[in-house]
Ligand binder design. Structure first.
Ligand code: 4AD
Ligand code: MG
Length: 464
């Protein structure tokens, strides 16, 4: 039976002295002279390798020749304490089987130190590097921690649909879903596309957010969250946008904006602490190789309360800052990442939650303030990232939502089901969305979102 390397390194006490062990994995390095070979293999269970010690005269020359970086082997041997520094145990091989060779002339990961750009071109192989192994293990732990956090608090997970017939949220440009033959599009008498012949009998798209459905569920189950893929067809090629990304959207009945902020702050601190507690080997690696301030930044975020300020206060701070920004700051305009990062990194030196944004730049479902100008929106801004969470208290008043969607020219019949929650048993409620890859950027110290998701989807890129 195979022993995962993580067990040999983390719980060696479970093995007897000189126990026979079988390990399987991919060769990272091999050094060999006439007498002895050292083969380091990694099986993905942990960032560390295990060293296989091979008595060269005891093995066929042909077999040992085929063991090169990237090949996959199974080794049986005796577990011994290692005299070498940096590792507690090694395996003295008695049998080696090769599962798969890797031509050393061709294997793209033969050498270390490739650029992130190059590794993106071999996204099918990059999980075999230390960096991507660490990132994807952390991604798993963060996924698990999201579910644990909400489960422990009595939330219910809701699977919101991925294909949606509603195009109302306005969170971003959508990808259309259709089975119509694009070479022979059916037309109505007026010459428009006849969606009655499409699969769902109407125009459908990939969802930009699970919020509207989460709201429906919260108006029955009280505390819910979604955690699913979301899709935005913006043609923006930045390090902080993907066309397909994952979002966590809690939605809670009977809470207002302050409790919503408390929940967001508690949630994100929980996730960061969970990473520090459960991913220390991977974080130490990333701290050494990718971002020297990573661990101290993670610790700083959980050490202090987040700053809370209004959008209007933030605009005043930015205008008085004397800082030269690429985009000017004007009350009523959306803040750009450079403004958000100035507030977090230079002015407050802590994560910031901004509230009460101008109505004109926010969505129709946000609770309107009595000033007639602002809404109870909240964005959580983080060092290095900018906006990591966007949310709000929701407008529970039917007439106020109707007025706003009329102003926006959204046909009421597109949203009749959403408006029903305001018609029948409406209640105050609030929620937010955390972009999972933005969290991953923060927790790993990686600088491009394409490097925290296994197979990134961006404009002109869907190879793997
Ligand atoms: O601010 P957004 O657009 O909010 C919503 O979609 C609301 N429905 C959330 C809610 O209240 N339930 O997106 C939420 C978060 C952003 O703060 C950001 O972290 C992330 O989703 N995000 C993206 N992440 C990767 N690529 C993109 N193109 C993203 N757009 C938004
Ligand atoms: Mg937003």
């Amino acid at each position: 039976m195979r022993t995962p390397i993580v067990e040999l390194i983390k719980t060696p006490e479970q093995f007897a002295a000189e126990q026979i062990i079988n390990v399987k994995g991919w060769v990272r390095t091999k050094r060999q002279n006439k007498e002895i070979a050292f083969i380091a293999i990694n099986d993905g269970s942990i960032i560390h390798n295990i060293q296989i010690i091979v008595d060269v005269p005891n093995f066929e020359e042909e077999l040992l020749k085929k063991i090169t970086t990237g090949s996959c082997i199974s080794a049986i041997g005796i577990l011994k304490e290692s005299p070498a520094s940096g590792q507690a145990h090694e395996i003295h091989a008695t049998e080696i089987e090769i599962y798969g060779t890797a031509d050393s002339e061709k294997y793209p990961l033969q050498k270390k130190g490739h650029s992130m750009e190059f590794l993106r071109e071999i996204a099918h192989l990059r999980p075999r590097t230390n960096t991507f192994g660490a990132v994807f293990r952390i991604r798993h732990h963060m996924t698990f921690a999201v579910h644990k956090f909400f489960n422990d608090k009595g939330f219910f997970n809701i699977h919101s649909p991925i294909i949606t017939g509603s195009d109302a949220e306005g969170a971003g440009a959508m990808f259309q879903v259709t089975t119509l033959d694009l070479n022979k599009v059916p037309r109505t008498k007026e010459g428009e596309v006849d969606y009655s012949e499409d699969f769902f009998g109407k125009e459908t798209n990939l969802t930009v957010s699970g919020q509207l459905e989460a709201e429906l569920a919260a108006m029955a189950l009280g505390k819910v969250y979604t955690f699913g893929p979301t899709f935005r067809a913006e043609n923006s090629n930045t390090a902080r946008h993907l066309a397909e990304f994952w979002m966590i959207e809690p939605e809670v009945a009977f809470i207002e904006i302050d409790e919503n902020m408390d929940l967001a702050e508690e949630f994100i601190k929980y996730l960061v602490k969970y990473a520090l507690d459960h991913c220390s080997d991977d974080l130490e690696f990333l701290n050494k190789m990718v971002d020297k301030e990573l661990i101290s930044r993670l610790q700083a975020v959980i050490a202090h309360p987040f700053v809370r300020a209004t959008y209007t206060e933030a605009v005043e701070i930015l205008q008085k800052s004397g800082q030269k920004f690429e985009y000017p700051v004007e009350w009523g305009d959306d803040l750009h990442a450079e403004h958000e990062r100035y507030l977090v990194e230079k002015h407050f030196e802590k994560p910031v939650i901004l509230t009460d944004y101008p109505k004109g730049i926010k969505a129709f479902y946000m609770k309107q303030n009595d000033d007639g100008k602002t809404v109870r929106a909240m964005d959580v801004l983080f060092p290095k990232i900018g906006e990591i969470i966007g949310g709000s208290q929701r407008e529970e008043n039917l007439e106020k939502i109707r007025e706003w969607i009329t102003e926006l020219n959204i046909p009421e019949e597109d949203l009749w089901w959403y408006l029903d929650t305001r018609r029948y048993g409406t209640a105050p409620h609030s929620g937010f969305g955390l972009g999972f890859e933005r969290l991953m950027l923060f927790v790993t110290g990686m600088s491009n979102m394409r490097d925290v998701i296994p197979f990134p989807r961006t404009p002109q890129n869907a190879e793997f």
